[in-house]
Design a protein around this ligand. Sequence first.
Ligand SMILES: C[S@@+](CC[C@H](N)C(=O)[O-])C[C@H]1O[C@@H](n2cnc3c(N)ncnc32)[C@H](O)[C@@H]1O
Length: 159
Amino acid sequence: MSDLPRPGEKQLSLPPDFDAGVHFIGRIRTPWGDRSECPKNANGSDAVCSVEVDPRYEEALTGVEAASHLILLYWMHAARRDLAIQVPRHHERPRGTFSVRSPARPNPIALSVVWLVERDGRILKVVGLDCLDGTALLDIKPYLPSVDSRPDATMAPGA
Ligand SMILES: C[S@@+](CC[C@H](N)C(=O)[O-])C[C@H]1O[C@@H](n2cnc3c(N)ncnc32)[C@H](O)[C@@H]1O
């Protein structure tokens, strides 16, 4: 990544080698072709997006419709990976990378909880995404209200 950090940001030194590999399992189709057009977060749009799972993994979708909501993990290919401290546009202060949901992180993995509108074979229609058209899909998991919901969760004001 050749972009210079913004004022207040600090770079880190990434290890020379990767520790693991991933298989992209599909592509996400959204209306957004530029990062500036994407919703800031996954609850920022009602757009119905398509998750195109590769044919190789279609059988692995069996039963996915049992869940009203899914957790999608995807790969933010256009993000830089070398920031320890960053200044996201909507934050006033510099923040540690692991304290924000910015796509810029050593492993640019994003997650969103999406509403599964319908499944047509290996195509899932979902609401609740914030990524560029063509973003690679890493994994799909059912959202389990009994496990994943944390009604007591808080975030400090202004953080
Ligand atoms: C704040 S991140 C949140 C991502 C995810 N919902 C999460 O919480 O992990 C969403 C932003 O990432 C940026 N973005 C979207 N797709 C991207 C991609 N493929 N590569 C890099 N940045 C992307 C857009 O600016 C978008 O507004």
